[in-house]
Design a protein around this ligand. Structure first.
Ligand code: BGC
Length: 768
């Protein structure tokens, strides 16, 4: 309240200083109305404020600059800092990104609040993708938990810490569906499926934004990247995307629509072009679909420099044209192209851009600022005491540990080698990733401290009394790895093999930590080979030759191709990049303190040539050979069609049996279909199963996939225990978008599959 008064006094002082008499009166009127905030709606306040703003000030709201500044007092250091500073003072900046920490945020906020004419606070954005300092598993790993509550909590923790560091807007969740493991950014999303992806999008939006955006421990979220960025051709970063209507509406859009329906405040457009139009300049995506059809009333931020990149795309003539195309298409905020601030005012004056579009864009941005409560107190996220107590707190650490355990997927456990006993064993731990305390944090953890993760080696030691020895064997990559100027060149150095092999020979069991270094996935990290990078495959085979009792712990930000390991290595754990508590989570699973429950959110291919590979494919006209050895059907002559590990797959230390599913009613009567199934724990330990329901619509006016996930539920069962689970399929699950974008529920024959992964054959039929 105190700072609110100060802030209003500041408005008032502008009034006194202003040389324009009429403006003084307007501001006074505005101020007195703002004071009665309960009388005016946010939309009315936005309108009143817009009335007071010059064209340049409105455009200023649409301008976002990156910080990367070190404030010791407000003194930006690098590059075009002087100009950025001048623009801040003029009120020509609406948002900053990459300014973090209460001290820095307060300093930059103070400039606009105290020195610009209207003192409109900045919205402070940052890539809080899977945690701020206390890091959760990478989003793809989180998705493997299929635990929506835990995912929501993870976003809550991220919001709690980020908001305590002065941030009030995250560029997350990334809700791009992708079927292509070559694309490095699959680590940032929820995998290949639109149904799971939509549920997770909602969980993340709700986690970040909470139920009250003005609560200082919540932050605005951003659904990105709109749209089709996950479909870049050949998985090559920033590449073109060519996608048909059916895939766009049924696969790509649903998680965005779900995020919008969950109240996400902002969208980010994408770097790629979609069918020949850069998303940033796409009127259809941003205006027709998002703002008109979906009625989205938040704002759209461009991706970094994506407005000026329309020149390189060959869509805009020059920068000036790019600004015109972007604003006309509905990109409301310019992230780091620096073009709105330089080009838009003259474009409006030349009547190439309608000022109404500027009012609309600036109004959308101001609205979110009002909703965040920044006009009540621009420093509400700047509380040093809160920053000190919240960031890295024990409860945050416990939350990320909980989700890290749930994200681990047991891929193979031949002869039940796992869980390991906690004593009496000589264990050799091999692989550079076993001792690494940074790589487990994954990519997109900009604020996390280097070396702040619990390594696998540390976890294994602290959870048992076994004799544990370590040899690196080989590095993964050469040199230092960082977010921007990274070296991700695979090492060829095998000089450490000898020591590793000797150690393996002397041990009862070998735990091998292999996979990708964190900086081998993420933005700009597409891969054409999906095997273990560098000499790791060689190392694995060399160790196997002397001791085949191996537990392979994979770290990676995407599905890998591991055909040799899948065949020869008895025990394989998918350990992703699990965040701050990585080593503890893995140790708890390895020693059986936590019974693994994760299920793959993306298919693991057998070889790169199968990619894009996904479970919800179409049958084709020649789905199988008529006679063995036949050639003319949909297949490869040198590889199977099936994945190594399917979508939805993951083992437990116990086993589950399913009854045949039953359809217990008729659609004609109830306008919905209810399916029930019984599931029993047939093993010896308590365990959690994710029961998955897949639907197949056998014939339709637009071909439907071979099966589609339409429901899932997690159930914890003690040995011998049985539970019945019921799924309800409404028109929302039974229908689809045709190519005219109409939602259709068509009569016909359906199959329902219920089981523990996408290849289950446990099935029942029904008619609609
Ligand atoms: C990424 C976005 C990110 C932005 C700001 C871009 O390169 O594509 O996802 O939010 O940078 O860091």
């Amino acid at each position: 309240m105190k700072s609110k008064t100060l802030y209003l006094l500041f408005f008032f002082s502008i009034l006194q200083l202003s040389s324009c008499k009429e403006k003084k009166i307007d501001l006074l009127a505005f101020e007195s109305e703002v004071l009665k905030s309960e009388i005016l709606s946010i939309d009315q306040k936005v309108e009143k404020l817009l009335d007071q703003m010059t064209l340049e000030e409105k455009i200023g709201q649409m301008n976002q600059y990156s910080g990367f500044w070190d404030f010791t007092g407000p003194s930006p250091k690098a590059g075009d800092a002087a100009q950025k500073m001048e623009h801040l003072k003029k009120g020509w900046v609406g948002s900053m990104l990459n300014v973090t920490g209460v001290k820095n945020v307060r300093a930059v906020q103070k400039i606009v609040v105290e020195e610009s004419r209207l003192g409109i606070p900045l919205i402070i954005g940052f890539d809080v993708i899977h945690g701020y300092k206390t890091i959760s598993p990478i989003p793809l790993a989180e998705a493997a938990s299929w635990d929506l509550e835990a995912i929501k909590k993870s976003a809550q923790v991220a919001a709690l810490e980020a908001s305590a560091a002065g941030i009030n807007w995250t560029f997350a969740p990334m809700v791009d569906i992708s079927r292509d493991a070559r694309w490095g950014r699959v680590m940032e999303g929820a995998g290949e499926d639109p149904y799971l992806g939509s549920k997770i999008a909602v969980a993340r939006v709700e986690g970040f934004q909470g139920s009250d955006l003005s609560d200082p421990s919540t932050i605005a979220a951003c659904a990105k990247h709109f749209a089709a960025y996950g479909f870049v051709e050949a998985g090559r970063e920033y590449n073109t995307a060519d996608v048909g209507t059916s895939t766009l509406n049924n696969i790509i859009f649903p998680p965005f629509k779900a995020a919008k329906d969950a109240g996400v405040k902002t969208f980010m457009n994408s770097f790629n072009d979609l069918n020949g139009i850069p998303a940033t300049g796409d009127i259809y995506l941003q205006r027709t679909v998002l703002k008109e059809n979906w009625n989205f009333d938040g704002f759209v931020v461009s991706d970094w420099g994506s407005i000026s990149e329309m020149v390189a795309h060959g869509y805009a003539r020059d920068d000036n044209h790019a600004a015109q195309l972007a604003v006309n298409a509905g990109s409301d905020m310019d992230m780091e192209s620096h073009l709105y601030v330089t080009e838009l005012a003259s474009l409006v004056k030349q009547e190439k851009v309608d000022e109404a579009l500027i009012n609309d864009a600036a109004g959308r941005i101001l609205k979110v600022k009002f909703e965040l409560g920044l006009f009540d107190d621009p420093y509400k996220y700047c509380d040093e005491a809160r920053e000190a107590s919240v960031i890295g707190s024990q409860s945050n650490v416990e939350e990320v540990l909980d989700l890290a355990k749930k994200s681990i997927v047991l891929l193979k456990n031949q002869n039940n080698v796992l869980p390991l006993s906690k004593k009496g064993q000589k264990i050799a731990v091999i692989g550079a990733l076993a001792a690494d305390k940074t790589s487990p944090l994954g990519n997109w953890r900009l604020a996390a401290d280097t070396n702040s993760a619990v390594s696998l080696l540390e976890g294994l030691k602290s959870y048992s009394g076994n004799t544990i020895t370590y040899a690196k064997g080989a590095d993964v990559v050469i040199g230092k790895t960082g977010f921007v100027s990274e070296l991700t060149i695979n090492t060829t150095d095998t000089s450490g093999f000898k020591e590793a092999i000797m150690l393996a020979k002397k041990s009862d069991l070998v735990i091998m930590a292999l996979g990708e270094h964190a900086m081998q996935s993420g933005e700009g990290r597409s891969r054409a080979y999906l095997g273990l990078p560098g000499v790791q495959q060689q190392l694995l085979e060399a160790v196997f030759a002397v001791n085949n009792n191996i537990v392979l712990v994979l770290s990676n930000g995407r599905p890998l191709t591991i055909p040799w390991a899948a065949k020869h290595i008895p025990t394989i754990i998918e350990g992703w990049h699990l965040g701050t508590q990585s080593g503890n989570a893995l140790a708890q699973v390895i020693y059986g303190d936590y019974n693994p429950s994760g299920k793959l959110p993306m298919s693991f291919p057998r070889s790169v040539g199968q990619v894009p590979l996904y479970y919800n494919y179409k049958n084709t006209g020649r789905p199988s050979p008529v006679n063995p050895g036949q050639v003319f059907w949909t297949h490869y002559i040198d590889q199977k069609n099936t994945p190594q590990y399917p979508f939805g797959f993951g083992l437990s230390y116990t086993t589950f049996a399913y009854s045949k599913p039953m359809v217990v009613n008729t659609y004609s009567q109830d306008k919905q279909v209810t399916v029930s199934v019984k599931i029993t724990n047939t093993g010896k330990s308590e365990g959690k199963e994710t029961v998955q329901l897949y639907l197949r619509d056998l014939y339709a006016s637009v071909i439907r996939p071979i099966r589609e996930l339409k429901g899932f539920e997690q159930v914890v069962l003690t040995p011998g225990q049985t539970k019945e689970i019921t799924f309800t399929l409404t028109d929302q699950e039974l229908g689809f978008f045709n190519n005219q974008q109409q939602w259709l529920v068509e009569k016909g024959d359906f199959q329902v599959y219920v089981g523990g992964d996408s290849q289950t054959i446990n099935q029942v039929n029904f008619k609609l």
